[in-house]
Write a new protein. Structure first.
Length: 279
């Protein structure tokens, strides 16, 4: 038995990489693979096979569309293996697509100061994949929580473009100029789900004037959350600020996940099983 998909799944779980498991759940007539055959597809890679040919090409395309749309619900597709798919098997097969880890929140936190060090353990206890970035290696604690990747980079701004679309960005560095540069890089991307900048209303207003002077639109600037955190939490201790920020992040990703599930549920109700008999 080919177990490449099992090894791939273990790697995906360790890396929290969004992927789709494709399973042959029904076979009628002559088909490339029997029921139970599986493959795993991410946006960049594929592991194992469900038989190759145009069927597999179509299946991979569907899987990557589900990933791009951040779908969370399983989906069934039925295919006729005739001339329309360029395969001469003549049978029919039904495939099950199961999105995996699409709810994982990817957070990039810039700054290993007092608040960052208080916030990281809280975020690490949540279903999040975290990159913790600073130019000062000696600011990081000796023990880094599981699920957190420590990144030491003399030029933290370079890390912004390395993050996937839909990321959460938290900026709380030791340097206002660096905060400004990071804010510009993040807002230019404009494909994030959340961007929080530590600071007061005075800092926010100063940043707004600078961003406007550099040509950022009001719509872009409004996507920046500053001050960040739950307004009802007034404390200024690092732990109090960390709890406040974590609460806001949790509220955001809960809202995102619920919205995605509602959209997916509505779509699934309309077309619970899609027949692909004439692709």
């Amino acid at each position: 038995m080919n177990t490449a998909w099992i090894r791939a799944l273990s790697r995906i779980e360790a890396d929290a990489t969004p992927a789709v498991i494709i399973t042959v759940v029904e076979e009628r007539g002559s088909t490339p693979r029997n029921a139970g055959a599986k493959m795993v597809v991410s946006q960049e890679q594929q592991f194992d096979t469900i038989g190759g040919g145009h069927l597999e090409y179509k299946a991979i395309k569907i899987a990557r569309q589900l990933l791009a749309e951040q779908q969370t619900q399983p989906r069934l597709e039925r295919f006729s293996l005739g001339a329309s798919l360029g395969q001469c098997c003549g049978g029919a097969t039904t495939l099950l697509f199961e999105p995996m880890h699409t709810d994982t929140v990817r957070i990039t936190l810039f700054g290993a100061g007092h608040v960052g060090r208080a916030l990281i353990p809280i975020l690490a206890s949540l279903p999040c994949k975290i990159r913790w970035i600073d130019s000062r290696e000696d600011e990081f604690p000796e023990l880094i929580p599981e699920g957190v990747e420590k990144v030491v980079n003399e030029f933290p701004v370079d890390e912004v473009d390395k993050q996937p679309a839909g990321s959460y960005f938290i900026v709380m560095t030791h340097n206002h100029q660096l905060d400004q540069e990071l804010s510009e890089a993040i807002l230019k991307r404009n494909d994030f789900k959340y961007f929080g900048l530590i600071g007061s209303l005075t800092k926010r207003n100063k940043f707004i004037h600078r961003l406007q002077a550099k040509g950022f639109s009001s719509e872009q600037i409004e996507r920046m959350t500053c001050p960040m955190g739950i307004a009802a939490v007034k404390g200024k201790l690092p732990a109090e600020i960390a709890v406040s920020v974590a609460g806001e992040v949790i509220a955001h990703y809960n809202a995102d996940v619920n919205a995605e599930r509602k959209t997916t549920s509505t779509s699934a109700t309309a077309t619970s099983v899609v027949d692909r008999l004439a692709i």
